[in-house]
Design a protein around this ligand. Sequence first.
Ligand code: NAD
Length: 440
Amino acid sequence: MKISVIGTGYVGLVTGTCLAEVGNDVLCLDVDVNKINLLKQGEIPIYEPDLEDMVRRNVSVGRLRFTLDQAECTDHGLVQFIAVGTPPDEDGSADMQYVTTAARAIGQNMQDYKLIVDKSTVPVGTVDRVRGVIYEELAKRGVEIDFSVASNPEFLKEGAAVDDFMRPDRIVIGADDDKAIELLRTLYTPFNRNHDRLVVMDARSAELTKYAANAMLATRISFMNELALLAEKLGADIEHVRRGIGSDPRIGYHFLYAGCGYGGSCFPKDVKALQRTARENGTGLKILEAVEAVNARQKEVLLDKIRARFGSDLSGKTFALWGLAFKPNTDDMREAPSRMLITGLLAQGAAVSAYDPVAMDETKRLFASEPGLKLANSSMSALEGADALIVVTEWKMFRSPDFSEIRRKLRNAVIFDGRNIYDPDSIRTEGFEYFSIGRP
Ligand SMILES: NC(=O)c1ccc[n+]([C@@H]2O[C@H](COP(=O)([O-])OP(=O)(O)OC[C@H]3O[C@@H](n4cnc5c(N)ncnc54)[C@H](O)[C@@H]3O)[C@@H](O)[C@H]2O)c1
């Protein structure tokens, strides 16, 4: 099938590449000249396991191409995926300007039938709004051309995006016309061989499904984070509690880890946007208000523990920070807990020496003008002369380090573990003062 993808970010690039991988003829559009130039040279602008090889493979056989030309993009695909960003507006609602611009451009350029698919996470009612914008543009041109609009929210996880797309748990399709459903069913057949993963519903339910999924996952995290604070006061261990409840199949083990708060490009903004939608419809979402408040509080927990140990004036102190990305296996630092922590430490007069296996360039871009932040070449060199180690992202390479080397390099044998990746007893046996989340 001929496919166009509008917006070549995390979701657009993964979608386009995986659809090319199974044999489709894919053209990806972006407005970012640097991004498209980089992609045309066979380089990818993000870190995502397995993606670069797959991009190169499909580019080399001509199944995957990149363009800045909107007319070429509209002309190419029978199916037009909209995968542009929907960042939070000032009032917390999803900023729809990029989706609207993309839809308008399709209406301005289309010459024959197109299926327009919203892959971006968009407020309920967007399929109707996109349809309206395209009608407007066709009316301005004085032409009548048949088209369909469908919702097909994306559930991939950064860090495992290719695998999630190639082996999805479910493929949600929200559409009100049979032609759209049949086209999407055909397009997704290669991802559906083992068993039928298609969940077909009306467009509004599909749009709400995406927000509900992210809100539920964020809720589980905030629930455990709040419980972790109580566990600390009670002398209980949240890790034992997690295993104790996770073993109940009605609860399960996923997304029950206490830590230093959730971040990323999706949970924070989607939790906000869903609350905004509820308010606009005259109702509230009290649970999500609490989820958000607990998360904001949790992002301060490491700094509180550091101040409790070292005092509130941290001038002259240096902290080694392991992990900058909002989670492992990505270089994405949108809303990452590390950002708030770095800003907080610098504001208290401390210096930070930081290391992340892949997010160093992104950190450089975000903190370019911060003299107090040093970027280390390796996890061990970040420790040189530091007063304590702080673990913020649970990269695998941090899980079983050489503790005697850590002790030799640090000025004080102190570890703050924002992800509970170490065992408290063995780390104390190694001679460390150890502070984690929700454990005595
Ligand atoms: N990142 C994730 O893990 C994830 C997962 C599921 C869903 N989503 C949703 O998917 C959407 C995209 O997220 P993302 O992380 O890929 O965003 P992103 O910021 O990485 O990429 C968006 C891209 O769209 C481009 N763009 C903006 N306007 C354009 C236009 N008019 N024409 C062409 N390109 C345009 C931007 O230049 C950018 O490259 C969001 O709604 C997000 O909530 C993201």
